[in-house]
Write a protein that binds this ligand. Structure first.
Ligand code: P71
Length: 465
């Protein structure tokens, strides 16, 4: 019997990638102020910046796009999209948005505001930014194991229910308009949330009458992990598992750029008609009419088809295994990675990779720059650049210093991954020579997208403060 897990597709259309020299990359990264978001994508060889909006669409999605109905109101493509989302989520109102953060912006404009507190297993950066922009406070309540990058556990994405109940008691039900479970939990390593934890979160919130929302962008990967790891789910279909996950929710925000296998799109879905009414008014102001919400009819077609394809278990098996293969390869070479490997990315633990570079010198950023210089690989820091901040003149570090190598869906082959692993191992071997960084410019919100950096002189960087 064969055991190799292969790509469950063949390739019809290819796109060249650009090779550059080390000298060229040194100049390019300097001109980008050592911020990988500011690089030209053409100067990147293997782009692992994000799995968001970077998927290869299938021939069936492209075919559906040709059939897109571009009517301003009442588009046929909207009804197709709406049906697929309703069948999956069981939620009664579906509001398309141009991407996930637009759904978040609308949701927190309606339900957030000063004095409000929004608990989550962990808010991703755009969610946190939208909560805070509304004047509310975003509180992360991951389980303790989530912060131990070297300890394996099946569901490190879970919410800590004791902490949640404690927060509810301290804050008061009236100040908590909703609670969010991010599936999978991106910021702690793409780790799944168990069905048991979703169910228990629901039960606890029921006690206090607080609605539960899913940040559902990687729902299919989460459902597949439940099938692989949670007793009682091994013989259920991923589709049924996903539906059960949504059955505990009063609503969800979705960035379709992940598990809907498209390059743009998102939605807000919910049961509360009064909230939906307000959300639709905001939608019309900033996104568009409720039957297109900032998307073209063809985009709605691609999402509808993608949401069907993503639940194909041969696809999910290949997806989860190919990301794990990358993580295993690095781990075997001694590179400090977060274990177990998550659903959409491999995460390097920058604290263990560069123990001499303190958080305020951004060790994750230092590794990300070095991987680009080594072989044109683009990754993203998920640490103190993204989540740290200056508060009252004091530096507050992030709880983890990670570098994420996110794997676009259906885009790279095993040899791309082998090449990337080889390059990262080279960087790890010369880790003692890597300098820390300082920020020379930052905007008031979401600074990681546009901040400028400068490498520190190596001697200065190794002085422990
Ligand atoms: C990711 C992204 C996109 C991104 C964000 C920040 C820096 C680089 C890339 C987006 C998410 C997400 C979760 C859990 C909501 C959004 C926003 N992730 N929730 O991981 O992971 O969705 O991008 O469609 O607005 O690279 P949006």
């Amino acid at each position: 019997m064969t055991t190799t897990i292969i790509e469950p597709f063949k390739i019809k259309s290819v796109e060249p990638i650009n090779f550059t020299t080390r000298g060229y990359r040194e100049k390019a990264i300097k001109e980008a102020f050592y911020n990988l978001f500011l690089l030209k994508a053409d100067d990147v060889l293997i782009d692992l910046l994000t799995d968001s909006g970077t998927a290869a669409m299938s021939s069936r999605q492209w075919a559906a796009m040709m059939d897109g109905d571009e009517s301003y109101a009442g588009s046929r493509s909207f009804y197709k999209f709406e049906k697929v989302v309703k069948d999956l989520t069981g939620l009664s109102t579906v509001i398309p948005t141009h991407q996930g953060r637009a759904a978040e912006k609308i949701l927190f404009t309606v339900l957030g505001g000063p004095g409000k507190v929004i608990p989550s297993n962990t808010h991703f950066d755009t969610t946190r930014a939208n909560v805070e922009f509304s004047g509310a406070t975003a509180v992360d309540l991951p389980v303790d194991s989530a912060l131990k990058t070297d300890t394996r556990s099946d569901f490190k994405g879970n919410m800590d229910l004791d902490k949640l109940e404690d927060l509810i008691k301290r804050t008061g039900v009236a100040n908590i308009p909703l609670c969010i479970l991010t599936v999978t939990n991106n910021s702690v390593g793409g780790q799944p949330v168990s069905m048991k934890n979703i169910r228990a979160t629901r039960a606890l919130l029921n006690k206090y009458g607080i609605p539960l929302f899913l940040d559902a962008c990687r729902f299919a990967e989460n459902a597949f992990f439940i099938k692989l790891r949670e007793p009682g789910y091994e013989d259920k279909t991923v589709r049924d598992i996903a539906r059960e996950m949504f059955s505990y929710a009063d609503g969800c925000t979705m960035s379709a750029k992940k598990d809907a296998l498209v390059n743009i799109g998102g939605f807000l879905a919910l049961n509360d008609e009064a909230v939906a009414e307000k959300a639709r008014s905001l939608l019309i102001m900033t996104e568009g009419f409720p039957t297109y919400g900032g998307l073209a009819g063809r985009d709605l077609e691609a999402i509808a088809q993608g949401l069907i394809e993503v639940l194909d278990e041969d696809y999910l098996k290949y997806r989860i295994r190919s990301v794990e293969y990358f993580g295993d390869k690095l781990e075997k070479a001694g590179v400090p990675v977060l274990v177990p490997t998550g659903g959409h990315a491999v995460f390097l633990d920058a604290k263990r990779f560069l123990p001499d570079i303190p958080p305020h010198q951004y060790p994750g950023q230092a590794i990300a720059v070095e991987m680009y210089l080594e072989a044109g690989i683009r990754s993203v820091e998920i640490g103190s650049v993204m989540f740290g901040r200056e508060k009252d003149g004091k530096f507050e570090e992030a709880s983890l210093e990670l570098v994420r190598l996110a794997i676009p869906r259906r885009v790279y082959t095993q040899s791309h991954i082998d090449f990337a692993a080889e390059a990262i191992i080279q960087v790890f071997k010369r880790r003692s020579k890597i300098p820390g960084y300082r920020i020379t410019y930052e905007p008031p919100y979401l600074r990681h997208f546009t901040a400028h950096f400068e490498p520190l002189v190596k001697e200065a960087a190794t002085v422990r403060l």
